[in-house]
Ligand binder design. Structure first.
Ligand code: SF4
Length: 64
């Protein structure tokens, strides 16, 4: 699974970074971004929780 954060929608609330720090971190602009190319199996549940909990729906799954 691949994820991305829409930088135009992210408000930098930090919820995803708290929920799943293995996948999300802040960039230099204080917005969240995805730090892994492929989400590992053991991180998928937390990553999906973060996706569903994002207040601005900024996290999207990248379909290939
Ligand atoms: Fe940005 Fe959504 Fe993460 Fe908050 S939860 S930092 S709005 S991507």
């Amino acid at each position: 699974m691949k994820l991305k954060v829409d930088q135009d929608k992210c408000i930098g609330c930090g919820a995803c970074v708290s929920t799943c720090p293995n996948v999300f971190d802040f960039n230099d602009e204080g917005l969240a971004h995805v730090i892994v190319d492929e989400v590992k199996d053991e991180d998928k549940e937390n990553a999906m929780d973060a996706l569903k909990s994002c207040p601005t729906d900024a996290i999207e799954e990248v379909k290939e």
